[in-house]
Design a protein around this ligand. Structure first.
Ligand code: CU
Length: 236
């Protein structure tokens, strides 16, 4: 009797082991070949960013996004303390070799205002956040090509801004990666949301007095393109 029990126990153990190892039990579980859960190709993540000031702007805010595969299903941003009644370029930045974080004035700011105050240009922050991969415009194109299309970015009303847009496709970006590699990075929490535009001398306009020309486009004032708030789009 004792011997028989041991054999039975050993046999049961083998059956259990084969199940754990994934050896097919298809005949015992018909219909289980399509599990009732998202497939590997269906990757949806929720991201959240807390926006903090750059360039001593006093701006702050938050953002949430849902990214499915290579598409931003929806992104919402709210911010306050921005240069009032001015256009604010907003981008998702990402670089394979970037630090995937917001720059700091102490570590990254290499530029100066006309009065000598340290300032962080968009280029100064590249090692931290990488190049533009998505332009969060209000209408039309959302690729990096629209990065400086200030007439299609949201305008702050009295310094406050809210933005919402759906169905934005990631695209291949030369020098950065494919749509898939960029989306993979952003879904992994490596994308950085950057809001631009500082009226440094608070004269009611982006002009050349306080900080000269933009390093991105000398026809634009640096006030219009320097970062003003930033947050990492972290996985919730
Ligand atoms: Cu940007």
């Amino acid at each position: 009797m004792k011997h028989g029990r041991l054999i039975a126990a050993a046999t049961t153990g083998l059956v259990g082991g084969s199940l754990l190892l994934g050896i097919p039990a298809a005949s015992a579980a018909p219909g289980m070949d399509k599990p009732n859960k998202p497939g590997k190709a269906d990757k949806t993540v929720s991201l959240q960013a807390s926006l903090s000031e750059l360039n001593f702007s006093g701006a702050s805010g938050s953002a949430t996004a849902t990214v499915k595969n290579q598409k931003i299903e929806n992104i919402s941003i709210s911010a306050t303390g921005l240069a009032p009644d001015a256009a604010h370029a907003i981008h998702i930045h990402f670089g394979e070799k970037a630090r995937h974080e917001c720059p700091t004035m102490g570590r990254d700011a290499k530029s100066s205002r006309s009065d000598g105050t340290s300032r962080l240009s968009t280029a100064d922050g590249l090692k931290a956040y990488g190049p533009i991969v998505v332009s969060l415009t209000t209408t039309g194109d959302t690729t990096p090509a629209s990065g400086l299309a200030l007439n299609r970015f949201p305008t702050s009303k009295g310094g406050g801004l809210s933005y919402n847009r759906s169905k934005i496709e990631f695209t291949d970006v030369a020098g950065v990666g494919t749509a898939k590699s960029i989306a993979d990075g952003v879904r992994a929490g490596e994308g950085v949301l950057v809001v631009h535009g500082n009226d440094y001398n608070k004269n009611g306009a982006y002009d050349f007095e306080a900080a000269g020309k933009s390093e991105l486009d000398p026809s634009l004032p640096a006030e219009g393109t320097d970062p003003t708030a930033c947050g990492v789009l972290a996985v919730r």
